[in-house]
Design a protein around this ligand. Structure first.
Ligand code: ADP
Length: 292
């Protein structure tokens, strides 16, 4: 399976990508991560990208396209991949189309995580705080000023991709404002609908994400409990109908029984029995059964 996650910084692409990696056993190809690694390692690409990234701009298309093309060729990507942060411009999308065609690979879906812009700054601030708590190094571009610039880059250069993929019937938009596990479920449903994943993947992951399931089960139980009084009322109204049905059934049953008896009985005697039986017998049975 090969998918692209599309969305502004803070939309949850990275979080969802990691969850999808666990679920489907495919790799996450994040150009941001790769570039950060290149910067840390001081490679020629890293040296090129360092300042651009720190200021919230976009690294030249040919640089990221080259990185992605090489990465897709690695053996661990053979099973499938999630592109996170790539493509980010229309020329990058065109280059991706070309290189996938060249490698005889098909793109299954482009998932856009749509979020309210007003929530993004808050999300990034939370991420920074959590990273600090864990003692992790905070990204140099996770400041309010640079985030504003990154958002501007997204709007002008990346957002046109929504149109690009929608025109090619590849785009699925998901509400990225929902809780993390709800977004994951929505993505999964979408991938199922597109035929990109097998239905059984769901069961495997459902077992893994037991806590989330438990929470859902509790919710369902609460809902059911709330519905109970209404159900009980309906049940209480039912006996009249049930009795009528039972009576009808009994009449049918009795008629059948009468026929059987008639057949079995010796001809002459049977004639009499049948006359009596069909008049009285079945009716009695009917009443008795109907009472039950
Ligand atoms: P976010 O999605 O939160 O903005 P990323 O980790 O994806 O963060 O990217 C961090 C930075 O890396 C970007 O602001 C940009 O400078 C650079 N970058 C990542 N991917 C690309 C890309 N496909 N094209 C150009 N620059 C990129």
């Amino acid at each position: 399976m090969r998918i692209i996650l599309l969305g502004p910084p803070g939309s949850g692409k990275g979080t969802q990508a990691q969850l999808l990696v666990q679920r489907y056993g495919i790799v996450q190809l994040s150009t941001g991560e790769m570039l950060r690694a290149a910067v840390a390692a001081g490679t020629p690409v890293g040296l090129k990208a360092k300042e651009i990234m720190a200021s919230g701009g976009l690294v030249p298309d040919e640089v990221v396209v080259g990185i992605i093309s090489d990465r897709i060729d690695q053996p661990d990507a053979r099973n499938g991949f999630i592109l996170d942060g790539f493509p980010r411009t229309v020329p990058q999308a065109e280059a991706l189309d070309e290189l996938l065609r060249h490698k005889h690979l098909k793109l299954d879906a482009v998932i856009e995580l749509r979020v309210n812009e007003s929530a993004l700054l808050n999300r990034v601030e939370t991420r920074v705080a959590q990273m600090r708590e864990r003692g992790e190094e905070v990204r140099v571009d996770d400041t309010p000023e640079v985030l504003t610039k990154r958002l501007a880059s997204y709007r002008t250069q990346t957002e046109p991709l929504i149109h690009y993929y929608s025109e090619r019937r590849k785009l699925s938009t998901i509400d990225g404002m929902m809780a993390i596990d709800e977004v994951t479920r929505a993505v999964h449903r979408q991938l199922l609908a597109l035929g990109a994943v097998e239905p059984k993947t769901h069961a495997r992951s459902a077992a893994k994400s037991a806590p989330a399931k438990k929470a859902k089960a509790t919710k369902t139980a609460t809902k059911k409990a709330a519905k109970k009084p209404a159900k009980a009322a309906k049940k209480a109204a039912k006996p009249a109908k049930t009795a009528k049905k039972a009576a009808k059934k009994a009449v049918k049953g009795a008629k059948k029984a009468a026929k059987k008896t008639a057949k079995k009985t010796v001809k002459k005697a049977a004639k009499k029995t049948v006359k009596k039986g069909s008049k009285k017998g079945p009716k009695k049975v009917t009443k008795k059964r109907a009472k039950r």
